[in-house]
Write a protein that binds this ligand. Structure first.
Ligand code: NAP
Length: 331
């Protein structure tokens, strides 16, 4: 059975995702939609896609489309997912899933009521290297996980035509980069922190340009997470356990890592195929075929919890996006 995909938003990540989708046997991209004049046509020509649309409604009305990948900027995710679910489509939505937990929770309930699959495109979770790290931890190779240090920084120009510094597109370091270390901490500790200490530096445009957080868990477990769109480039994670530790360069797109236990050091090299997005797409297709509405590896329930943590951080900072109508969930 071939699962037929549609894509909403024909930007950079849609291109990157499609390169990986092309490597899978049981998935086919059959329709793309873009509101930007000429973009859907150019995308369809580049990837040999049968149908292209200049609005999302027509794509979602195509009965052949089984599942929709939402690849627009953060501010549009809620309305795009809502529209797709209301057209009876399964959905994979880019990170960060929504602007806040209230939106995420509403989408979760809608998907549940309609018995449709819904998942945040946290592709890191499905990479062979990440799966191996989780397996080693489960086997107790580094003992009990006590501490995570994860940083995700790259410098991007203060350009309001792009999404990073743009308040109206729900830009900023937390939403774009912060989601990776925060989701990684959630994956490792299997819960949200009981206490958060956080610092932020705001850009002139109103978005957060860098932030650092200490997440505290029970039994003295902790995570130190830092992100920045305004200074040096470094993406790195260290997971420290009671017996040893794991170092993961570029943890969000991990292909290699080192396990150190005492004097023993083992290097793992687990490259991913194409752009690495095929693993999450395969998970989506497997779940749909099995009639599941959520993934065990990246459940929509965990996404809602992570959004609550992110709401909590933004409340501490006093940061709200122009489109947000409701009050923050936690003070
Ligand atoms: N998983 C990953 O590795 C990864 C990497 C990068 C980004 N992302 C995520 O993917 C999403 C899109 O990122 P991207 O880099 O692909 O973004 P992008 O190329 O800047 O924009 C994607 C699409 O969003 C819409 N859009 C962008 N700016 C707009 C504006 N000012 N007004 C109205 N619509 C606008 C357009 O949709 P139309 O085509 O319909 O006009 C555009 O094609 C974000 O949620 C981001 O966090 C994920």
């Amino acid at each position: 059975m071939t699962i037929k995909w549609g894509i909403i938003g024909c930007g950079k990540i849609a291109d990157n995702f499609t390169q990986s989708l092309e490597t899978l046997n049981d998935g086919e991209l059959i329709a793309v939609g873009s509101k930007t004049p000429g973009k859907a046509k150019a995308f369809a020509e580049k990837f040999n896609v049968k149908k292209y649309y200049t609005n999302y409604e027509e794509l979602l009305s195509n009965p052949e489309v089984d599942v929709v990948y939402i690849a627009t900027t953060h501010n549009f995710h809620y309305e795009n997912v809502l529209q797709a679910l209301n057209h009876g489509k399964h959905v994979l939505c880019e990170k960060v899933f929504t602007m806040n937990a209230k939106q995420a929770n509403h989408l979760r309930e809608l998907a549940k009521n309609k018995h449709l699959f819904l998942m945040e495109a946290m592709w890191t979770r499905f990479l062979p290297a990440t799966k191996e790290i989780n397996k080693l931890i489960l086997e107790g190779v580094i003992g009990e996980v006590m501490f995570l240090q994860a940083e995700f920084s790259f410098k991007t120009p203060m350009d309001l035509t792009g999404r990073f510094y743009n308040m109206n597109l729900a830009g900023g370091s937390l939403m774009d980069q912060g989601i990776y270390p925060i989701s990684y901490a959630s994956m490792l500790f299997k819960k949200q922190p009981i206490n958060i200490k956080t610092n932020v530096c705001m850009a002139q445009t109103g978005v957060d340009e860098r932030g650092s957080h200490i997440f505290e868990y029970e039994d003295g477990k902790a995570a130190l997470l830092t992100t920045s769109i305004s200074y040096y480039k470094r993406v790195h994670a260290i997971i420290a356990g009671t017996k040893g530790h794991i170092e993961i360069p570029s943890f969000f797109r991990a292909s290699e890592f080192t396990v150190k236990v005492g004097e023993k050091e083992i290097e793992y090299n687990m490259p991913h195929i194409s752009t690495g997005k095929g693993y999450e797409a395969q998970e989506v297709m497997n779940c749909i075929k099995e009639g599941k509405i959520k993934s065990n590896l990246m459940s929509i329930d965990e996404t809602v919890e992570i959004m609550e943590t992110m709401d909590n951080i933004r409340c501490k900072w006093g940061l709200k996006y122009p489109e947000e109508m409701e009050r923050c969930i936690k003070a």
